[in-house]
Design a protein around this ligand. Structure first.
Ligand code: SF4
Length: 396
């Protein structure tokens, strides 16, 4: 019996410029496609609802790309349509990812009136030299201004993304960035180590000339510095790359880490409606054509059996440093309690200080995050049936 879908992701692929490290599905340049794209999103919402009804959603997340390139009226229409077709709960967390250089007070007031109640800014750094090195088009003053405007518009849930291990970065410049974001009193922080992805400008530059990025030990020192500084500032480190003030965890992303089902709309959007994980057409033009012609834009579909679901529940849940995986859900899929199945592995990992086990809760320790991939491998691949996982995201 299919469960109830409570989460919806909507991808907005338009960006003002391509950042040098970016491997996301984006559409740069002409905005002529925006209106047809929004029409296609509305059609896809209807299609998905017919296929498997979802909603009323508890979370709605506009990711990108740069969703803040949309006008508030466009966002309002989209939210209205989703609400009419699929339904939104009265307390729905509605997040919009924002590029700091694309917002203004009137725009953010418009977003608030459209029902948005959470903003996530791609700040990346508060050092202008580092922002230039990343190929970002904004500067640190834009971030400070955007956060002030968000607060003036009435937002109380304000998140920032930051990167570390980036060219030119030092432990001191990283400390300065952290101290400045703490002064901004944002409620949520996502900190990602730079990863050089294939086909990006960084990957090409690295291959041709080499890329002057901090050594691995320095990257680990930056992570450890962040843990200490943010703990002292009252942030809870609840996921390997995410910190929140009490009561401000990102409910949408928590659903992913808890391996919940979700609908996804838009170019390259992923969805998980058990037993299928799917991905939409990654080309914006052909996505629009397909949907407006009444075709399904899914181009990749993978069936997830219960053993793979158990693996994914374990792996994703081990990212949650306070909660850990839902061991009961894993047991239901495996037919055996995972702690029993993994008993020979758990002892040495506890002795090595990499995981902890209290009552029925298994969690990765904060100090083990830099070696999380090895821990996950020990806990999963050696004990559970070896099957491919679609969500094996590296941490460092
Ligand atoms: S703004 Fe974000 S999605 Fe757009 S190119 Fe830069 S990193 Fe990629």
């Amino acid at each position: 019996m299919p469960g109830h879908i409570e989460h919806l992701y909507v991808h907005i692929p338009f960006c003002p410029a391509k950042c040098d490290y970016c491997a996301f599905v984006t559409h740069i340049g002409s905005l002529k496609l925006v209106e047809p794209y929004l029409a296609a999103l509305c059609r896809e919402a209807e299609l998905r609802h017919r296929q498997r009804s979802g909603g009323p959603f508890k979370t709605l997340y506009f990711g990108g790309g740069t969703p803040s390139m949309l006008a508030p009226e466009q966002l309002w229409s989209l939210i209205q349509h989703v609400e009419a077709v699929m339904g939104l709960s009265s307390s729905c967390e509605i997040t919009v990812e924002c590029h700091p250089a694309t917002v203004s007070l009137p725009k953010l007031l418009g977003c608030r009136n459209a029902g948005v109640n959470r903003l996530s800014f791609g700040a990346e750094s508060l050092d202008d030299g580092e922002l230039a090195a990343l190929g970002r088009t904004h500067r640190s003053a834009d971030v400070a201004r955007a956060v002030d405007q968000a607060r003036a518009a009435g937002f109380t849930d304000i998140a920032l993304d930051l990167m570390y291990g980036i060219p030119q970065q030092t432990l001191e410049s990283w400390r300065n960035t952290l101290e400045r974001v703490i002064q901004m009193e944002v409620t949520h922080l996502s900190l990602y180590p730079l990863s050089i992805e294939p086909k990006t400008v960084f990957a090409k530059r690295k291959w041709r000339f080499g890329l002057d990025v901090p050594e691995d030990e320095s990257v680990v020192a930056m992570y450890e510095l962040a843990c200490g500084v943010l703990r002292d500032a009252g942030y809870e480190h609840y996921e390997v790359a995410n910190w929140a003030k009490p009561g401000h965890r990102c409910l949408h992303n928590l659903a992913y880490w808890r391996n919940a089902e979700f609908h996804g709309l838009g170019t390259g959007a992923h969805a998980y409606l058990h037993p299928y994980r799917t991905e939409n057409d990654t080309h914006t033009g052909s996505y629009i054509k397909r949907v407006l012609a009444g075709m399904d834009p899914v181009t990749v579909s993978e069936q997830v059996d219960v053993h793979t679901r158990a693996e994914e529940t374990m792996m994703l849940g081990l990212r949650l440093l306070r909660d850990g995986p839902d061991l009961g859900a894993v047991e239901r899929d495996l037919g055996r309690h995972p702690l029993e199945q993994l008993k020979d592995e758990i002892g040495p990992l506890i002795d090595a200080g990499l995981i902890s086990l209290t009552a029925d809760r298994l969690v990765l320790r904060e100090t083990a995050v830099p070696v999380a991939n090895e821990v996950w491998e020990r806990l999963l691949l050696s004990r559970l049936p070896a099957r491919g996982s679609t969500f094996a995201t590296p941490v460092m």
